[in-house]
Each structure stands twice: as C-alpha cells, then as structure tokens.
Design a protein around this ligand. Structure first.
Ligand code: UGA
Length: 430
C-alpha cells in the first residue's frame, strides 16, 4: 500500500518505518527541511532503541522515503497519517495549529479517494474538524478516521509491531476495510482490532493515558502510607496486581510520572471536561497528586540527611523521565534538582543519554560522564531513573566516603540485601 505520514517526529518516524517494514511504500513528510535532509543521510535525532536500524533498512530497500514536498507525497498515497505534534496551550488544551496547517496543505493535492487518519493525540471532535476543513477545499472523495497510538518511549518499535490493540475510529466500511488490511500483518499475530466511532477512538486515547496515570499516582500514594506503617509496597503491588481485574502493570511506585504524554494528556482531558461542563474529579486528583509529589520526596531527602542539605554532595543516577530515552520533558528531576541546588546541595549527575541543557544554568549542578566519578565523593546517591546499567552497582567500591546514603526512587535494589550489606539504603514505600 502507498502511505504518507505527515510529521517525522517520534510518532511519525516510528509509524512510517514500521509500516515500511511490513512491506508498504511509505513517504514521511515534514516541513522541517533540516530534519528531512538529515533523515535522507540516515541521521536520526531521536533516541529510540531499534529505530535507526529499521529506518536504515527500509530506506535502503527504497520502501521508505523522506520529503518536504506535499504534492508528491499526497498524490501517490492511499492513506495519509497525521502525526504532527499537538503541544499544550496555556490552559492545558491541545493546540491544533499543526493539524490545521497540515490538513489545509494536504487538501490541495487530493487527486483521488484518500483516507486521512489522525495518529496525533487530538481532542474529541478533531476528526470532524479535519473533515470540514478538507470539504471546504475539495470536492474529491475522502474519509477521515482516528487511529490513536499507544507507543511507549523506549519500546516504541515493539509496541507498534506487537500492540495490545489497534483502535480505528470510523463508521465508514470502505475506510475501515482498507485500514484493517494495512494492519493485517499485525492483526495476524493475535492483536485485537477495535472498530468504533471517531469520537470514541479519540476518547480511548485520553482515557487510557488518564487511567494509567491514575494507576501510578494511586500506587505512589499507597507507597506513602506503606512508609508510615512499615509495609513493603512491592508486596502490595504484587498482591493487588494478581487480581486480574486490576492487573500488575503500571503499579511501580516512583518519583512521579513524567514524559511528553501523561502530564500533557491528563491536563488536556481536564480541559475537554471543562468545555463539556463535566467534573473529572479523579483525573483532577491524579494531576494534583503527581504535581505535588516532589514535596514528599524532598521532605524525605531532608529527613535522611538530618535536615542538613547545605554543602551535601548529592549524586543523581539518571535524570530522564524513564530509561532508554534522552527525553527530559516533565522529568521529576527537573523539580528535584533545582530545589536541592537552592538549598545549597552540590549536585553531580550521570545519565547514559548524556548531559542535559536544563541544568547548565545551575552553578553547582554538574554532569559527570562516568558512574564511578559521579559517585566517588557522594553523601547521598539518588537512583532517579532505572537504566539497566544502574541495576548491579557495588556502592561500597564506588563511594569513597564512609557514611554515604542511597535513596532508590525506583526500588531497583532489594531492601533486605542492601540493609544486610550495612548500606544506608532507602527506597520508596518500604
Ligand atoms: C505513555 C503510554 O504508556 C503509552 O501507551 C502512550 O502511547 C504514550 O504515553 C503516548 O501517549 O504517546 P510514555 O510516556 O512513553 O508512554 O512512557 P510510560 O512508560 O508510560 O511512562 C510514563 C511515566 O510513568 C514515566 O515517568 C514512568 O517512569 C512512570 N511510570 C510508569 C511509573 O512511575 N510507574 C509505572 O509503573 C509505570
């Protein structure tokens, strides 16, 4: 099938290269000339395991093309995916400027029947808006459908090729059959295919992210209680997760959820609810709980340092919002590090994805490019992100100071083992 993907960022590039990998001819289009120039040279500015390989392979096989030219890309395509960004407005609602611009542009080149599919996370009703915009520009036949993405950064290729479900929002049989046949190689492997209305598909995306964010905030709050009553939250997670109605995933407590999706999408669904005069009080509480979480962590840091943060050497191992990504968006470290710096701590950090521009403005926050150098003189090591290379460290060898502390915000290590090794070790919810 001939496909065009508009927007060659994270979602667009993963979508385009994976469809090409399934044997389709895909043109990835972007208005950013430099990005397209780099992609044509095989340079990818996105940190995603496996993505370079799949792009390179399909580019060399001539199934994957990159262009800035709408005419060429749209005229040849049967299905056009919109994968442009929908950044938040100041009130939390999604900004649809990129969607509208791309829609207006693609409308000019509809030469025969096309299906326009939204992959971007868009507010409820956006597919109608797109349909009306195109209708105002052309008499040619087309359909608009919604196909939300459920890709996790760090495992996006696997999530694309082996998803839990594929959701298609359209009640048009012709469009549904064509999109379904595009996904056939994935459906064949056992993935559930759900065909629903466009509005419902749009809501499924927001409601999924809202639910997952709530699950995380829920276990984070249960972890707070565990610390007070001396119960291990890991056991609680296992115990409740064994109930199939609840499920065990996304019950890992941590320093708060971050990234470009949960924080943005929970605020956006609240903006939608406000518009429709509905009180989503549970998601409202989730957002509040997550936004306030850094205060609880800072109190704990202060407590374990005996209220003496000034001049203490604190090492962050990992600063990204999750492992296998270089993404810093809404990472809890962005709240924790500046606050600790303000209290007089001397901070060094190491992250496998490299130095971060976000911390350059702080005098006493420095990137160190080796775990051992970052930990050598530490009073407190904070395990902030669960990168694999932090999972088997010999802290006694790494740290030269005598009474150093470890605060494991991801519960990477066994509490029992760390204590029996005479380490001053603290986790979350235990
Ligand atoms: C999330 C969703 O998981 C994807 O399904 C969705 O497609 C994507 O948003 C999106 O809307 O595009 P992502 O933000 O890449 O994916 O990462 P997650 O793995 O979901 O993690 C989000 C945050 O929650 C991270 O900060 C992570 O550390 C935290 N988290 C996750 C926990 O604290 N505990 C958990 O048990 C799971």
């Amino acid at each position: 099938m001939n496909i065009c993907v508009i927007g060659s960022g994270y979602v667009g590039l993963v979508t385009g290269s994976c469809f090409a990998n399934c044997g389709n001819n895909v043109t990835c289009l972007d208005i950013d000339k430099n990005r397209i120039k780099s992609l044509k040279k095989g340079k990818i500015d996105i940190y995603e395991p496996g993505l370079s390989d799949i792009v390179e392979r399909n580019f060399n096989a001539k199934r994957l093309k990159f262009t800035t030219n709408y005419k060429e890309a749209i005229e040849n395509a049967e299905i056009i995916f919109l994968a442009v960004s929908t950044p938040p407005n100041s009130d939390g609602s999604a900004n649809l400027d990129y969607i509208k611009n791309a829609t207006m542009e693609l409308s000019k080149y509809i030469n025969n029947y096309k299906i326009i599919v939204t992959k971007s996370t868009v507010p409820i009703g956006t597919t109608y808006l797109i349909k009306n915009l195109i209708k105002s520009q052309t008499d040619k036949e087309f359909d608009v459908a919604s196909n939300p993405e459920f890709l996790k950064e760090g495992s996006a290729i696997n999530d694309f090729m082996f998803p839990d479900r594929i959701v298609i929002g359209t009640h048009n049989t012709k469009a549904n059959n064509i999109i379904k046949s595009l996904y056939e190689p994935i459906i064949k492997k056992g993935t559930k295919y759900l065909n629903t209305s466009r509005k419902c598909a749009e809501l499924i995306k927001y409601a999924s992210n809202g639910f997952l964010a709530t699950k995380i905030s829920y276990i984070n709050e249960i972890a707070n209680l565990c610390e007070k009553i001396n119960v291990n939250v890991e056991d609680v997670s296992i115990g409740i997760g064994l109930d199939q109605r609840i499920g065990s995933r996304f019950l890992r407590p941590g320093p708060a959820y971050g990234g470009s999706c949960f924080p943005k999408d929970t605020r956006a669904i609240l903006a939608t609810a406000k518009k429709f005069n509905t009180n989503l009080s549970i998601i409202k509480s989730t957002v509040k709980s997550n936004e306030q979480r850094h205060k609880i962590l800072l109190d704990k840091i202060s407590k374990i340092l005996n209220n003496k943060i000034k001049k203490k050497r604190i090492t962050f191992l990992g600063v990204t919002f999750k492992p296998n990504t270089d993404d810093m968006r809404e990472s809890p470290s962005l709240k924790l590090i500046p606050k600790l710096h303000k209290s007089g701590a001397i901070i060094s950090y190491y992250d496998p994805s490299g130095e971060k521009i976000d911390f350059k403005k702080y005098k006493n926050v420095n990137f160190v490019n080796k775990i051992s150098n970052a930990c050598k003189n530490s009073d407190l090591i904070i395990l902030h992100t669960e990168w694999n290379e932090f999972k088997n460290l010999n802290f006694k060898r790494l740290v030269k100071k005598r009474n150093f502390l470890i605060y494991d915000m991801r519960n990477i290590y066994s509490h029992k083992k760390m204590i029996s090794n005479n380490l001053n070790y603290f986790g979350i919810g235990r």
